[in-house]
Ligand binder design. Structure first.
Ligand code: HEC
Ligand code: HEC
Length: 263
């Protein structure tokens, strides 16, 4: 009987202790989210909207593209929990690091400014806050980042030529066009997962949204840009073939021109 009493006391105190730890953790997370909300309201809301639905007062920005087409740039609606710039497999949530990297670098061609001067803790706080806009971060299991190792032949002439053949075989041209100007036969009919028209990348218009290093480009072909129609080739192309496509992408972007080095 005495033994039982001890056991009950022990179980109850372990329970109380863990409840204490949990509420402490929750309080810490709550503090972070509150701080994140303040930062969000001053630095992000203007584009992404009070409710994180992309409906901020800045509205839709427009940019003229090749052939007189107008690219509509919409701040991301966070409520679907769909993210493009990830290091995780297609369908997965981004990692915390993916999100802080986007916040740090900004997004080229989208008017989202880099925030390199912001304190790291503040970036983490605002990241925790934007996660609260979608229940996916509570409901879905996290995914591991995909490992990556760039072969030393990326950017060589032989690799560019192989990439060119893969670009043709995989019908990248249907969306991106034969010469990479984003004007393929399907390019006018692609809609994103929010139902808005989206144009494929024109390889001649500057930097990539995810960043233009060979590793970033490889990751785009591996993870896909979820929600945009740009698929993942993790299952349909071998690793080497995805790297050959990186070489060809760099070539189309003019990054292999004389005097330029692949980093
Ligand atoms: C000037 C407008 C603007 C501001 C300010 C801005 N963003 Fe954005 N943001 C955008 C646009 C536009 C996109 C969509 C880019 C695209 O995919 O074309 C975007 C996309 C994103 C994404 C999605 C990335 C992905 O993987 O899909 C994240 C995360 C993000 N913004 C976070 C933030 C945070 C946090 C702040 C404030 C610290 C912020 N943004 C401030 C315009 C802005
Ligand atoms: C169904 C149409 C479609 C196909 C097929 C397609 N893409 Fe895309 N791709 C897109 C769209 C749409 C975007 C623009 C996404 C955005 O702006 O967020 C894009 C973006 C890109 C980007 C830019 C990523 C960045 O960070 O800005 C590259 C590079 C790219 N595609 C290469 C390819 C290659 C190589 C292939 C073939 C292996 C291919 N795409 C197949 C539709 C497609």
């Amino acid at each position: 009987m005495k033994k039982l009493k001890y056991m009950v006391t022990a179980v109850v105190s372990v329970f109380l202790l863990s409840a204490g730890i949990h509420s402490e953790l929750r309080a810490e997370n709550k503090g972070q989210v509150n701080k994140g909300e303040q930062i969000y309201n001053t630095r992000c809301m203007v584009c992404h909207g009070k409710k994180g639905d992309g409906e901020g007062p800045a509205g839709v920005l427009k940019k003229e593209e090749a052939g007189g087409r107008v690219l509509e740039i919409r701040p991301r609606d966070f409520t679907l929990g769909l993210y493009r710039f990830r290091t995780t497999a297609t369908g997965c949530l981004p990692t915390d690091e993916d999100l802080t990297t986007t916040i740090y670098n900004g997004i080229p061609r989208s008017f989202m400014p880099p925030l390199k001067e912001m304190h790291f803790d503040d970036k983490v706080a605002v990241m925790e806050y934007i996660k609260t806009f979608s229940s996916r971060f509570k409901d879905d299991p996290p995914c591991n980042p995909i490992a990556i190792k760039k072969p030393n032949w990326v950017g060589s002439e032989a690799s560019v030529n192989k990439g060119k053949v893969i670009y043709k075989d995989m019908k990248c041209w249907e969306c991106h066009g034969d010469t990479g100007k984003g004007d393929g036969s399907k390019s006018n009919e692609i809609k994103d997962d929010w139902g808005f028209q989206i144009l494929p990348f024109n390889f001649q218009t500057g930097e990539l949204k995810k960043g233009s290093s060979p590793e970033n480009i490889y990751m785009t072909f591996t993870s896909g840009l979820d929600g945009t129609g740009m698929p993942s080739y993790e299952d349909t192309l071998k690793e080497d073939d995805r790297w050959h496509l990186v070489s060809y992408t760099l070539k189309l972007m003019g990054k292999l021109d004389k005097g330029k080095k692949v980093h």
